[in-house]
Design a protein around this ligand. Structure first.
Ligand SMILES: [Zn+2]
Length: 135
């Protein structure tokens, strides 16, 4: 049977490997303003697609970096005997939750609260440019 430690180590290897794979290609596109307001794109569709590709690459990379950090933190906590305890409220995290997401550091309740806070911060960036036809 696979132990939590083996699972964490394997997930960590996989995430680091994927990050290394995409590292080179994404690094160039990460530079803010590389495709900026004075875009040389004549075709707006090309510009939108380039932006989407850049955002997907960036988001995936951010997710992987976050995953790597969480997995190594989880291994640290395993070594310290703190694994499975919520870092926010210090209540035990449910075994079902740990089985589904071995790298989590918070219980469902705290995770919920954190995600709600995160969404509040995100909302400022969610403004969508709308094109209006009536003048
Ligand atoms: Zn908690």
């Amino acid at each position: 049977m696979e132990t939590i430690r083996e699972r964490l180590e394997e997930d960590l290897r996989t995430a680091v490997g994927r990050l290394r794979q995409m590292g080179g290609a994404v690094a160039v596109e990460d530079v803010p303003g590389a495709i900026g307001d004075n875009s040389p794109f004549a075709d707006e569709v090309d510009e939108i697609q380039a932006n989407e590709r850049r955002e997907i690459g960036f988001a995936t990379r951010e997710l992987l970096v976050g995953r790597v950090n969480r997995l190594s933190a989880a291994l640290d906590r395993l070594n310290d005997g703190e694994y499975g305890t919520c870092v926010e409220c210090e209540e035990p995290i449910s075994p079902t939750r740990l089985q589904a997401l071995p790298e989590v550091q918070t219980c469902v309740r705290c995770q919920d609260r954190i995600e709600r806070l995160g969404r509040q911060f995100d909302q400022d960036e969610d403004e969508v440019e709308t094109v209006s036809d009536d003048e």
